[in-house]
Design a protein around this ligand. Sequence first.
Ligand code: C2O
Ligand code: CU
Ligand code: CU
Length: 479
Amino acid sequence: MKEISRRGFLQKGIVGTTAALALSPSWVSAFTRKNYKFDEADVVIELTAVKRKHLINGTNPTTFWCYEGKLLKGSKDNLTNLPGSYLGPSIQVNTGDKVKITFKNKLEEKSIVHWHGLDVSHENDGHPHFAVGTGKSYEYDFEVTNRAGMYWYHPHPHGRTGFQVYQGMAGLFIVKDNEEKALNLPSGKEELQFVIQDRSFKENGELDYRPSMMGAFGRSLMVNGVKKPEVIKVKRGSYRLRFLNGCNARIFNMSLNGGDEFTQVGSDGGLLDAPKKLKRFYYAPAERFDCVVDFSKYNVGETILLESLPLVEGRGDKYTILSFQIEDEGAASFSTPEKLSKYELINKSEAVNAAKPKEFELIPKRGSGWTINGRGYESDSYEDYELIKFGDTEIWEFYNPTGMPHPMHIHGTQFQVLKRTSGQLEGCLDHGWKDVVLVMPGDRVQVIKRFNTFKGTFIYHCHNLEHEDMSMMRNFKVI
Ligand code: C2O
Ligand code: CU
Ligand code: CU
């Protein structure tokens, strides 16, 4: 039944374009389907969702839902399997690469892949209405236009995203470009990538997924899809540490070695214009954090802790996220330049609604669930304020009158945080190009975004994945 309606949707799209070429600009987006031939694509990958067992705890294996990748065209850097990990392979490409990926669903429920943070056309964006059932596949063809950065992929079927991600479905999508390469940031063994997730397990070894109004949490931290290592051995010298908070709902209050400074060099959408020193910060699901840490400040043998402080001072526990141990001399030292990248600040006056930003109130649904402006997810409808003229720049203001944090994510282009009025808790990651912005209780946050790359229907939602599944997601349509 759902399959049929999906086909209906696609057919309407195709008929719409051929029949109404110049008439209906809303169908122009259908032209964005590229269908690269094998020869035209730089990278061709097959990504299959399967169930697979991994031994994580003790003796009972855990069944995960995993992405398995096969590189059909490209170089070996394009696809890296993480040994022993339940995560999907890390995909790495260069800006400008033409990518062709076939997603094959061998699970017993519908799924679809979303390339989080990549600016792609709506057919390539993993909108829930494109979800495919068991035995079906979905074809992605897109050119990577994003700047260098750590992006990622995960499922996006409506109502099941939280569950499927918790079962293991996620992977990194790293983009490289010349601007980043020219900086010569620590690389090779001195570039460490961390996907941090939390999971609970039942006694029989299986995952224990417990969604609630607060989200789903886990009692153990997993790093890169394996049990968190006791210590990570590093050498004295500089390292580039790149993080994805891959948790469904957990927010960290990050602190380094009891108060040492982080030197942030990048954010969701790649490099900052200049490095930014941070003592601590809130770190929400789906946000990326890229920093350079100089371990030569410490002595051989010393252990340096990356910790999460209580979210609110005096309430809750402090716990260790990662422990680094200095085992030796030998890593090169890197002095972070004052200027990192060309970075264009979007001017407020560019927004068509600069005088009256659109307001999005993050509120619970009567009974249970979550909404944006009192509305839950509807697969094919829009309010007036959710229709956007192609080419426009807009300011959106998220207001959170609730007691729960909401990391808000908008698909499509990266945006910038214009202004934040904090309720009570300060220290969110607002710098640089962003695709997720953490809206703490009582906060009002304005973001500015250009809708100038693709027409079509996209979504915005809370990236607390249980909130998303509980309907805290809406369409917007660029026409
Ligand atoms: Cu990372 Cu719409 O999601
Ligand atoms: Cu996304
Ligand atoms: Cu939320």
